[in-house]
Design a protein around this ligand. Structure first.
Ligand code: ZN
Length: 274
């Protein structure tokens, strides 16, 4: 055996580090009532002293054993059983394990309206990027020092952001107005100070009956997509901003979506949209 260097106290335990056989050991003087506990038997206990390796694992054991959760725990004769912490019942379920994958993840509130509505994937992806401000509008181009228009290419009044383009922009509001009024949705036309497209979409859908929500969501995706395409035509091809042009392209695209199988949109008669 080696020499005992000093006696000390760690969180109420008497502890002596000992150097023997080129190993640092911790000798822990256990309280009498625990030395007979069954769960301690695999450990090396000599004459009421517990011998641990003098490394961080040994110290961790001492601290754990002395912690409040152990002190306040009443040992009983009952058999140990596993408890699944991720479910209130304490029993394992694949559902709770799957949910655990998403702990700490960022929630995306409009996911149901976006992914459950009928629209081509490219349009849904555009909306997803737009809601996260990931489209290459003037504000984003300016941040990276790239050439960008000074004002919104549609209304020429405000700074261009993707939020502005689809809701408070004068041209966008005209499009929504012409689209919504014939469908008795005039109360849902975006306000001039509307700052969030996603929030406006949520409010608009909330006002509707459940059975109408998917078709109006599809229509909003279609309208946003056509406004964005018209903006690109103005910036990249020199087209002139025109509400009629957006509505005309929107009606053509609506027919194509209906032919492609969007049953919900077939119920919307856009013939009266001027
Ligand atoms: Zn504008």
């Amino acid at each position: 055996m080696g020499e005992i260097l000093f006696f000390g106290r760690i969180d109420g335990f008497m502890v002596a580090p000992l150097r023997a056989l080129h190993l640092w050991l911790l000798i822990v003087c256990l309280p009498e009532f625990v030395t007979s506990e069954q769960w301690l038997r695999p450990l090396k206990i000599i004459g009421g002293f517990l011998i641990l390796r003098g490394d961080s694992l040994g110290l961790e054991f001492v601290n754990f054993f002395n912690s409040d959760c152990i002190r306040e725990f009443d040992l009983s004769d009952q058999e140990d059983r596993h408890i699944w912490k991720l479910d209130a019942s304490g029993s394992y379920s694949s559902k709770s394990a799957y949910r655990a994958y998403f702990f700490g993840s960022v929630t995306f509130e409009p996911w149901r309206r976006l992914w459950k509505s009928w629209a081509p994937n490219k349009c849904k992806t555009f909306l997803l990027l737009a809601i996260h401000n990931r489209c290459w509008t003037a504000d984003r181009l300016a941040k990276r020092g790239l050439p960008h228009p000074d004002k919104c290419p549609l209304c020429d009044q405000e700074e261009e952001t993707i939020q502005h383009l689809r809701t408070p922009c004068f041209v966008a509001r005209q499009v929504w107005f012409n689209l919504f009024v014939p469908l008795n949705l005039s109360g849902s036309v975006p306000r001039q100070n509307e700052s969030s497209f996603a929030e406006w979409w949520r409010r608009t859908i909330k006002r509707l009956k459940k059975e109408d929500r998917k078709e109006v969501s599809s229509l909003i995706i279609l309208g946003s997509w056509m406004i964005w395409k018209h903006r690109n035509a103005c910036v990249l091809e020199g087209a002139s901003p025109s509400v009629n042009s957006v509505l005309s392209s929107l009606k053509d695209e609506h027919c194509l979506w209906c032919l492609a199988g969007t049953k919900k949109l077939q119920g919307l008669d856009l013939g009266r949209v001027a």
